[in-house]
Design a protein around this ligand. Structure first.
Ligand SMILES: Cc1ncc(COP(=O)(O)O)c(C=O)c1O
Length: 398
């Protein structure tokens, strides 16, 4: 990887005053403007130059009327999925959407019935709970097993919960936010086998699919076999990968014709049939020119992960970071501090003065944990980690 590309990720770009949720809502969330924000899942890195160039050129045109994501845009998606993930998809399988969360709302409403039971693996990204409950469906939990350094799936519980509750849909998170697992082929095959056996549809949230720390490899669950492809709808987006969340451009891949018809009808009924002009431009540019940039990004994220793990291990006795395999969200095990969740949150905010996500917001299994965002230049990361270490050392000595 060219040193110049890697250096890009160490440039600090102030975001305060850009209406950034992460940087401009610090005082609202933490009642202290000097808390260092390491929470919301976007990055403090600039998007690739090719994306900014494409946007600049489109902005200079000056007219922003209704815009179609045409065949070229669709082929940039199928090309990306082929090149990065070895997944053969067809442009007819694509449904555009402003975001993965809107897509999950649509999927639940169009592919399950009111009163249905939907399985999730906890702790998990908080909207997984609301996209189910908000529409009169019920949550069934298959808690992940925390084993030393990593989380694993309790397959016996997975199948029993499906059988006992007549579950109709499973929402998979791969890579998993917040525990950072990139599920292996074997794990995916077992989940898929059980779902097929019991007629359970899979809604796969693979928004973090490109954020894989080497040498791990992402396997889209739908790519496992034709049968799995037919039972799965996959939500994807360039927004996490290329730091484009504010442009709201995402899509769903559905090979099953009947499901695609139901889903498209639902999107249409909600008046959600278009993407914004700049989102389309950014998506096409990112997927066409962004591959080397993603390789550099994942190398940087891996280095940042190892840096935080090492420092916490060497300099504290009671806080550990799990060796995540994907995403840029580090799951910090603070359970050895022996604090209640309220005390832990207060400690990070008032003593360490860092803005982290509350582990318990991902489900009760997240108690004793906090989530830290690694996607910032090393200068920011170093500052945040040093703040945590100093506060923990003082706590440990008291
Ligand atoms: C697993 C997961 N799904 C979905 C989202 C949000 O997706 P969107 O902004 O496209 O709605 C996030 C953002 O953090 C996420 O981590």
């Amino acid at each position: 990887m060219e040193a110049r590309t890697l250096e890009e990720f160490q440039q600090y770009t102030p975001r305060t005053g850009t209406r950034s949720v992460k940087w401009d809502l610090i005082e609202d969330f933490y009642q202290d403007k000097d808390v260092l924000p390491m929470w919301v899942a976007d990055m403090d890195f600039k998007t690739p130059q090719a994306v900014t160039d494409a946007l600049t050129s489109r902005v200079e045109h000056g007219i922003f009327g209704y815009t179609i994501p045409d065949q070229d845009v669709k082929e940039s998606i199928t090309g990306w999925l082929h090149d990065r993930h070895g997944w053969e998809t067809e442009t007819d399988w694509i449904t555009f959407s402003p975001g993965v969360i809107p897509s999950l709302h649509m999927i639940i409403q169009s592919l399950t019935e009111i009163g249905d039971n939907v399985l999730i693996q906890t702790p998990v990204y908080p909207p997984f709970y609301s996209v189910v409950k908000d529409h009169g469906r019920h949550i069934v939990k298959n808690p992940l097993l925390h084993k030393e350094d990593r989380y694993e799936i309790d397959f016996e519980d997975f199948e029993n919960k499906i059988k006992d509750n007549q579950v109709t849909m499973f929402i998979l998170c791969n890579p998993h936010n917040p525990v950072g697992r990139v599920w292996t082929k074997q794990e995916l095959e077992e989940m898929s086998r059980i779902c097929r056996k019991h007629g359970v549809k899979i809604a796969a949230d693979e928004i973090h699919a490109d954020l894989i720390l080497p040498p791990n490899k992402h396997i889209p669950i739908a790519s496992l076999s034709e049968e799995t492809n037919q039972q799965t709808v996959t939500c994807l987006s360039p927004t996490k990968t290329f730091n484009l969340a504010g442009l709201q451009a995402s899509y769903v891949i559905t090979a099953n014709k009947e499901d695609k018809k139901k889903l498209d009808k639902h999107f249409k009924n909600q008046g959600m049939m278009m993407l914004n002009t700049l989102g389309i431009t950014a998506m096409e540019a990112a997927y066409t020119h962004g591959s080397d940039w993603v390789d550099a990004l994942t190398e940087v994220l891996k280095e940042h992960r190892d840096y935080v793990i090492q420092r916490l291990e060497n300099e504290t006795g009671s806080v550990r970071a799990l060796p995540i395999e994907g995403t840029y969200l580090l799951w910090l095990d603070c359970s050895q501090m022996g604090l209640s969740q309220t005390e832990l949150k207060k400690f990070m905010q008032k003593e360490a003065r860092v803005g982290l996500n509350d582990g318990a917001s991902f489900g009760e299994e997240g108690r004793g944990f906090m989530r830290l965002n690694l996607a910032a230049p090393m200068s920011t990361l170093e500052e945040g980690v040093t703040r945590i270490i100093k506060a923990v050392q003082t706590f440990e000595q008291s």
